[in-house]
Design a protein around this ligand. Structure first.
Ligand code: GLU
Length: 419
């Protein structure tokens, strides 16, 4: 399951809207386009009754947001987390639109969430909740309408239960209804590592643009969950020096590079490893370590106006969604620190979800090398498209990513006669 994530403040929707507004204005679109694109076109709230193991009934609240379907069906993950809100799900659906736009995937953005804490629930309770959510949203989802996937605290097993429930409701087998499935149920090879492989490619390409090589590049990875641990392992294989990693118990650092294979082996059943070390760093100390690249791969709202002045990395690559506030990211840009935004850096996940859906639709499955090659091509293209835009207009990579991402939706909405 994904890393722990504190509440995104509601400012997240406000700041996303500010950047969308600026992107549309710079692209020459009128206020009408902003009116259309500033919020999801559809936001469904559902109440899901679940009989808990102790016999009590609990009714959970869930959401599904569909930002814009002018280009094609909407797409995006479902998170299970106590701090899910309608605003958060809405902002995350807009970010999914941007990812699909930047990577030229034939989708708009969607996102779902249920207010719950799966760490305190039994597997049976999680299964009943997952199935209840699918029944509650079934009218608005489907392989050609809106295609869910995993997100924070959801995984391939939960996708499998959701697929099963959907197949029962529809009385047919529809593997393309959901992505991030186990491979035996039509999941794609390479999907599990896809976000990390994409982040690693983004680091390699962005470093090269800065005149730095991946060989010996000093990287700190905050978070050792699915994304952070696969990323540390790929970077280590590619010759970078992973000098710091952290998890819920703290951070560890070695200027000469950590022994990543050994750390991966020594993880406990919750995936954490730093508790084995005495001299652990606090989260704040970890974020301000000297390194070439800092990769926040766990939590949202990590780099803020409170700590941004102390950041010593030359480059930030956002593997998590929303780890840097917009204000902190602007301050870093003023100081010459390159911030590769989440909607660019972590979209390897949705890109391979798209490959999974294509394979489901054609019923023909690709070897992992083919998936990785196609991902490599998409990532390299996307990084260069965004960085070229940032350079030629002298703007932040985040604003450039929003401009590249939103354009297709403004055009498609105009052509459909919505604006
Ligand atoms: N939840 C992931 C994201 O935020 C993946 C979404 C997908 O695969 O559709 O990008």
């Amino acid at each position: 399951m994904g890393a722990d994530t504190p509440a995104l403040s509601n400012d997240v929707l406000d700041s996303t809207q500010r950047v969308i507004h600026e992107a549309l204005t710079r692209l020459g679109y009128s206020e009408e386009y902003y009116e259309l694109l500033k919020e999801p076109m559809r936001l469904l709230t559902v109440r899901i009754p679940v009989r808990m193991d102790d016999g009590q009934l609990r009714v959970f609240t869930g959401y599904r947001a569909q930002h814009n379907d002018a280009v094609g069906p909407t797409k995006g993950g479902i998170r299970f987390h106590p701090s899910v809100t309608a605003e958060e799900v809405s902002a995350l659906s807009i970010w999914m639109t941007l990812k699909c736009g930047i990577f030229d995937l034939p989708y708009g953005g969607g996102k779902g969430g249920i207010i719950c804490d799966p760490r305190t629930m039994s597997l049976g309770e999680v299964e009943r909740l997952a199935r209840g959510y699918v029944r509650a949203i079934s009218q608005i989802v489907g392989p050609n309408k809106d295609i869910p996937a995993p997100d924070v605290y959801t995984n391939a097993q939960i996708m499998a239960w959701m697929l099963d429930e959907y197949s029962i409701l529809r009385e047919n087998d529809s593997p393309g209804f959901i992505t991030g499935k186990p491979i035996v149920l039509g999941g794609s090879r390479g999907r599990e590592r896809a976000t990390s492989l994409g982040v690693a490619i983004a680091i390699r390409e962005a470093a090269a643009l800065q005149g730095m090589s991946l060989q010996g590049l000093k990287v700190c990875v905050q978070g050792f969950g699915n994304v952070g641990s696969h990323l540390a392992s790929i970077l280590n294989e590619w010759g970078a020096l992973v000098v710091g990693i952290s998890d819920v118990h703290g951070g560890i650092y070695d200027e000469q590079g950590l022994n990543i294979p050994e750390l991966l082996d020594r993880r406990d059943s919750f995936g954490s490893v730093t508790s084995l070390f005495d001299n652990r760093l606090s989260n704040d100390e970890f974020l301000t370590l000297p390194c070439d690249v800092l990769v926040p791969a766990a939590l949202e709202n990590q780099l803020t106006l409170d700590n941004v002045a102390d950041i010593r990395a030359k480059m930030i690559v956002e593997a998590a969604n929303g780890p840097t506030t917009i204000e902190a990211s602007e301050k870093l840009h003023e100081r010459g620190v390159l911030v590769i935004p989440d909607v660019l850096a972590n979209a390897g996940g949705v890109t391979v979800s798209y490959f999974e859906w294509v394979q489901n639709n054609q019923g023909y499955y690709w070897p992992e090398e083919e998936v990785n090659e196609k991902l490599e091509k998409k990532m390299v293209e996307a990084v260069h498209k965004v960085m070229d835009m940032a350079q030629s207009r002298n703007i932040t990579p985040r604003l450039a990513a929003y401009m590249v991402g939103v354009k297709k939706f403004a055009e498609a909405s105009r052509l459909r006669g919505w604006v």
